[in-house]
Write a protein that binds this ligand. Structure first.
Ligand code: SF4
Ligand code: SF4
Ligand code: SF4
Ligand code: FES
Length: 577
């Protein structure tokens, strides 16, 4: 048991846990201390100095993110000395960050701007010493604007934790700069973890909301269709100051209609299709000794690129199934287009995703049909939040509605795709039904739920024990792959999601995204699952109908349901603007 000690913050008596920092203790007591560079996922570097506090008896103003509490400590978080120092430190930060607020997706949720207001800062009075810095574009997904960087190093740390190491520090002192690595051995996989850990959006998604705004304003003959990812319904509320994990499905759908979309579909439907395709393939691989095992999930494009570039020897292990939003877009532009008698070329599909890598995935030609993309554009949760604020659509006030039919129905299995372990749990519910041909006693696979980096379990299928591994974060994926290099039959089925906690912790999610937020968002997804009448993908009659329609044309079914992977011999690298 940790020792409890007594301290005071702003004259309030607090019983606190020994070993905690001042910032942690204040947070637990509901006292907000302004901070920028601190993020619980990365090592404390204490370099922004925004979180300084005054401690009775000390002359200096220590940083609360790096200072541990001590018995009897008396702390002031907003004294005049603190406010003065904090203001100077914020001014120094603004001197390093060229404001491009007008186009920034965090404009309406920006901590830095809020602090500027609170401490009465004139933010443009500094001569910007970074104005000649470059912008680096990583594929079509992520970009680093060096002129906005405040050198906190979170992105470098997190990319290293991802086992990628595509970012490094150049130079020292005031010339220090974050730059991409250009050695032919490293390549970005577009997970966006750097972006979601950047306190000032110097690294961010490449923005697509402008083109969508134009399309919505001037539709011409186009039919604009939005499709919402499983995880964003439990995170978008945070951009409207709602509690972590608040389920906003109906409001999200209404808000997209209010923006001007003609139809709104739910990617949970696509996830049911993915589950059926993947479970059928798993069952086949288990039955046929000549097929490669373990089978890997493939719905995370950052993970797919990680395999194609860093571990191409494992390409045959990836399931050939496409990912949920690509499946749904394919069904929209074939099955649904036919149903509503519309030329698919008129349909513009926009995916609203927790993810930066989905921008890259949609541009992969393997996932196009007849030389045209199935998903025309991808917006992150942040981009959508920005658009809603800009167009004065209040998510907290809008009346909820349901997604469009006939692609509206989904199972609980589709809902949990956004949480680590959810993809595997969904596939197991269906694969075990396919293999056992009997009703499962329990469809809950709690062993593979939760936020641990690597989860291992065994489940019985017939006479066989299926060995499972679920990993989130690419650093953990690397451990599993190295394990498999030593013992290729260590597992039968492996789920990998590139982001911590799965898509609920995705690179396009609201900033910040902390471990607590990930827990709450995931809990809400499991609540949705629990409340659904059907909780297994193969019970989704509409999904089965669409798939049967596709399967009448073998070539089309293969094009819409499956994909291929390619070894990447050299890095895709980056472009400099
Ligand atoms: S997107 Fe992912 S892989 Fe690319 S630089 Fe950022 S953290 Fe690294
Ligand atoms: S790009 Fe962002 S996360 Fe990276 S060092 Fe700069 S401010 Fe920090
Ligand atoms: S885990 Fe989800 S959000 Fe993260 S890169 Fe993969 S698909 Fe995108
Ligand atoms: S948050 Fe503590 S120094 Fe930056």
């Amino acid at each position: 048991m940790p020792k409890i000690i007594n301290i005071k913050i702003n004259n309030k008596k607090i019983k606190a846990q020994e070993g905690d920092t001042i910032l942690e203790t204040a947070y637990k007591a509901g006292i907000e201390i302004p901070h920028l560079c601190f993020h619980p996922d990365t090592e404390v570097k204490a370099n922004c100095r925004v979180c300084v506090v005054e401690i009775k008896g000390r002359k200096d103003l220590p940083t609360s993110c790096s200072t541990k509490i001590e018995e009897g400590m008396e702390i002031k978080t907003e004294s005049s000395r603190v406010a003065k120092a904090r203001k100077i430190n914020l001014e120094l930060i603004f001197s390093e960050h060229i404001e491009k607020c007008g186009t920034c997706p965090m404009n309406f949720n920006c901590k830095l701007l809020n602090y500027a207001k609170k401490y009465n800062l004139k933010i443009t009075r500094f001569k910007d010493r970074k104005k000649n810095r470059k912008v680096y574009k990583f594929g079509n997904a992520v970009e680093l604007d060096s002129s906005q960087c405040i050198d906190c190093r979170n992105c470098v740390d997190i990319c290293e934790q991802q086992g990628v190491g595509f970012l490094k520090l150049k130079n020292k002192g005031h010339k220090i700069e974050v730059v991409p690595v250009d050695d032919g051995k490293h390549d970005c996989v577009y997970c966006g973890q750097c972006a979601v850990h950047c306190p000032v959006t110097a690294i961010q998604e490449q923005l697509n909301y402008n083109e969508i705004e134009k399309d919505l304003k001037n539709k011409k003959n186009k039919i604009l269709v939005a499709q919402i990812a499983p995880s964003i319904r439990t995170s978008i509320g945070e951009m409207f100051n709602l509690p972590y994990g608040k389920i906003m499905t109906g409001q999200l759908i209404s808000s997209l209609r209010a923006l001007g979309f003609d139809y709104v579909f739910d990617v949970n439907f696509g996830a049911d299709v993915t589950t059926i395709v993947e479970a059928e393939e798993l069952a086949e691989r288990l039955k046929n000794k000549n097929f490669v095992l373990p089978m890997f999930t493939s719905c995370c494009p950052a993970w797919v690129k990680f395999v194609e570039f860093y571990y191409p020897e494992f390409i045959p292990n990836l399931t050939t199934s496409r990912s949920p939003h690509i499946h749904l877009a394919g069904i929209i532009k074939t099955y649904w287009a036919k149903k509503i008698k519309v030329d698919p070329k008129k349909i513009v599909v926009v995916s609203i995703m927790p993810c930066t890598a989905k921008k890259y995935e949609s541009s992969r030609k393997e996932l196009w049909l007849n030389n045209r993309p199935l998903v025309d554009s991808v917006l992150t949760t942040r981009e959508l939040g920005y658009l809603l604020h800009k167009h004065k659509i209040d998510l907290t006030k809008i009346k909820p509605t349901k997604s469009d039919n006939p692609l509206g129905e989904h199972s609980g299995a589709g809902a949990i795709y956004g949480a680590s372990g959810g993809v595997m749990e969904s596939a197991l519910r269906t694969a075990m039904f396919l293999l056992n041909k009997e009703k499962l006693k329990s469809i809950n696979f709690k062993q593979i739920r939760g936020q641990q980096g690597i989860k291992k379990a065994e489940v019985k299928v017939g006479n066989r024990n299926l060995k499972l591994a679920v990993s989130n974060g690419l650093g953990n994926a690397k451990k599993i792959l190295e394990e498999l290099k030593q013992n290729p039959r260590e597992y039968d089925y492996v789920e990998i999601m590139a982001c911590p906690g799965g898509c609920i912790g995705g690179g396009g999610q609201p900033i910040p995204t902390t471990p607590l937020q990930r827990i709450k968002r995931a809990e809400s997804l499991y609540q949705i699952d629990k409340k659904k009448k059907i909780r297994e993908a193969h019970k989704n009659q509409e999904a089965k109908k669409a798939m049967s329609w596709l399967k009448k044309d073998k070539k089309l079914a293969s094009q819409i349901l499956h994909t291929k992977y390619h070894k990447k011999n050299k890095p895709e690298g980056f472009k400099i603007l």
